[in-house]
Ligand binder design. Structure first.
Ligand code: GUN
Length: 287
């Protein structure tokens, strides 16, 4: 039976570390503030935004919530972002995605000041990650690196296979694994013989969005399997992209869903907010 990687416990430890540093900054007269913008009323987005607000309250980060109607114009959203970019008391800005169809996500993300882009989605931060410069890193892949490190799973010199190539998870994950000296393969829906490619992995990270797609045939015995999926099974229950029951019999370590990668994303967002405040305080604010 595989080691179950406890994302809840690790994320709790990170939130406690952030909380202590937020308190230390407060003692020096600096408050950490995150502005969260939601456009429309997508129920999943509302859950995510509420979880982010809860984590802010726990860590002592002040959260400002802006809720725009789904009919709001892009100009209105860009004006709000512009105002928040200019506010010295706002350290981080997060626009919850997806946006309504009439808005251009790239234009909106590009309008956030890179020094306040705690999601790490701005092209300047993505480019910085690509060439090994400091910047904000997308929270889910950054959380997976923390999860591996704190679970004693080494990355350097090992075969890492990332299934999925999204801008939010797959691509930054590959860059982070490379930064940690992993040997990295990015596989996707068009990869030939995906099972054979996946079976090369010492560390297999899956973000396909397909419920229980990864069966034992994709897994090398003893591999660490990281499941980014948040899917529903045939009974409507929350599950991941990995068939947990079957794969935990062959993997060396595995993340559950829920309680694996999910809680890490929010913990890393809190860490990025702290980093934003620290950078702005010390004048390393690259906008
Ligand atoms: N929607 C789904 N995941 C995310 C995320 O990590 N950040 C933002 N801003 N929106 C999301």
């Amino acid at each position: 039976m595989a080691q179950i990687i406890d994302g809840k416990a690790v994320s709790q430890a990170i939130k406690d570390e952030v909380k202590r540093e937020v308190q230390a900054l407060a003692a020096q007269g600096t408050e950490v503030t995150l502005a969260v913008i939601q456009v429309g009323d997508d129920p999943a987005s509302t859950v995510y935004v509420n979880n982010k607000k809860k984590a802010c309250a726990y860590t002592g980060i002040r959260s400002l919530e802006y809720h725009l109607s789904e009919y709001a114009s892009q100009q209105e959203l860009l004006a709000l972002i512009g105002e928040l970019n200019g506010r010295e008391d706002v350290n981080g800005i997060l626009v919850q995605l997806p946006l309504p169809a009439h808005m251009d996500e790239d234009a909106v993300i590009g309008a956030i000041s890179p020094g306040k882009d705690v999601d790490g989605f701005h092209p300047q931060n993505v480019g910085a990650l690509c060439i090994g410069r400091p910047g904000f890193v997308s929270c889910t892949p950054a959380g997976i690196i923390e999860l591996l490190k704190r679970s004693g799973i080494g990355i350097a010199g090992r075969e890492c296979v990332m299934i999925g190539r999204s801008n939010i998870v797959g691509k930054p994950m590959a860059l982070l694994l490379l930064r940690e000296n992993g040997t990295v393969t990015v596989a996707h829906s068009r990869t030939a013989d995906l099972k054979a490619v996946a079976r090369r992995a010492d560390i297999l990270i899956v973000a396909t969005g397909k419920a229980k797609m990864i069966t034992p045939e994709y897994v090398k015995p003893g591999a660490a399997v990281i499941d980014v999926g948040m899917d529903r099974d045939e009974n409507g229950r929350l599950c991941g992209d990995v068939d947990f029951e079957a794969v935990s019999g062959i993997a060396g370590a595995i993340t559950p869903v829920p309680g694996g990668v999910g809680p890490m994303t929010i913990a890393m967002l809190m860490k990025n907010c702290l980093q934003a405040a620290q950078m702005q305080k010390s004048g390393i604010f690259h906008s």
